[in-house]
Structure formats: C-alpha cells, structure tokens
Design a binder for this molecule. Structure first.
Ligand code: CA
Length: 223
C-alpha cells in the first residue's frame, strides 16, 4: 500500500518514511502543501498523512482542495498538541482521522491500518484467500496455518491483491500502489514478485488474466 506523507519538519518526515517503509508501505514525502496537493492529485495513494502547519498551502486547505476535486483518499491529519479547534476543523474539512503531535508510532501505524480497512468494502483485520492469510499488523503470511516467509515487497503485492480479491488488477496499478514515486523501472518487477509468491504459496494463489493483469480468486467456503 502506498502512503503520501506531507510534512515540512525533516526529522519527523524522515522518521515517518523509515517507520512506514519498515512496515512494508511504499512512501513518498512532500515537504510543503503545494507539492503535497500536486502529488495527491496526480498519484494514486492508499492513504495520506497530512500535517496542518505547512509552508505553501496549509494542511486544512490541502485537504479541502482534494475533497473539492472529489479525491477521497483517506487522510490522517497531524495536529498540534491541544489543538481542539484544529481537530474539529480537520474532520469537518474532510479528514478521516487526526493524531496530535507528539504522537506514538505504534498508534500512528494502527490508525493507518484502520483507515486502509475502512476504505474497502469488507474490513477484516486479517485478509484471507483460500488457505492463505495475511495479517497487515504483524506483516506475516500463513498458508494452511504455517507461516511462510515473504519479503516485505512480496507481502505488499499480495496484500494489495488480496484487498481487491476477485478483481483483475493491472501491473501498472500494482506498481503504483506498491512501489514509490522514486521507482522508475518497468513493470517486469511485478511479474518477478508474483512468480516468487506462486513459488512460495502455490501457483493458484494469484491467477494471470490474459491481457489484464492478476487476480486473487475469491474462494467461497461452504458455511
Ligand atoms: Ca509542520
């Protein structure tokens, strides 16, 4: 899943990038509101962490501009300590959640996972497809109850496909949601990761749809 961080304080932005990348997210950072608004408009993010106090356009105005453009990416707003007005304004402007500074990283990560769940139709905390399970909180994958070691990127590809189980997802779409803006290679890298997933989890875990892309089949278990 791909996250945009809009934060001008370099120390916090770097820590957020490192923390989120360690959790397997692809992360882009914008250091001001103008760049943040542009990236959020041009790129497909799964969630945005948006600071309020920013040079250029402030976070509240970035949020409002995105919602005015009918861009509904979940937004977690970072507010100042004791900023009750900021908090109510953040939600009223269209943010989905807020967190006041200084914040704890485990809480921030949990809030982001909750936002990502809310954006889907069903909202399980653990994703399942047949006998394969992915837990986004612990970054683990199991098949038939046994843990299977995946690289962070393999897990992210599988998680993205599982969140859209039953849908055909194109390679560019996967690339956009799992790799960050700095990646400028081709989409062969997606094939490489899907091959690795099939090797580790069995060929049936991801289907190739001719001319379309990939699909994690929805397995209906009898009640
Ligand atoms: Ca700031």
């Amino acid at each position: 899943m791909r996250i945009l961080v809009v934060e001008d304080e370099e120390r916090i932005a770097d820590a957020l990038r490192r923390g989120l990348e360690a959790e397997g997210f692809a992360v882009d950072v914008a250091a001001n509101g103008t760049d943040g608004l542009w990236l959020a408009t041009e790129q497909a993010y799964d969630a945005i962490v948006l600071d309020i106090m920013l040079p250029g356009i402030n976070g509240l105005r970035v949020c409002k501009a995105l919602r005015d453009k009918r861009i509904w990416t979940p937004i977690l707003m970072l507010t100042a300590k004791d900023g009750e007005l900021d908090e109510t304004e953040a939600l009223d402007t269209g943010a989905d959640d807020f967190l006041s500074k200084p914040f704890s990283y485990p809480v921030l990560l949990a809030r982001i996972r909750a936002l990502l769940r809310r954006s889907g139709g069903e909202r399980p905390t653990v994703l399942t497809a047949g006998d394969v399970e992915v837990d986004p909180a612990t970054r683990t994958c199991r098949k038939g109850g046994e843990e299977v070691k995946l690289t962070a990127r393999e897990l992210s590809v599988l998680e993205y496909l599982m969140r859209r189980a039953g849908e055909v997802v194109s390679k560019p779409d996967i690339l956009e949601h799992v790799w960050d803006f700095a990646y400028d290679g081709g989409d062969n890298v997606v094939e490489v990761h899907v091959s690795a997933l099939r090797r580790k989890l069995g060929a049936a875990v991801v289907e190739t749809v001719r001319g379309g892309g990939y699909r994690v089949p929805v397995v209906r278990t009898p009640a």
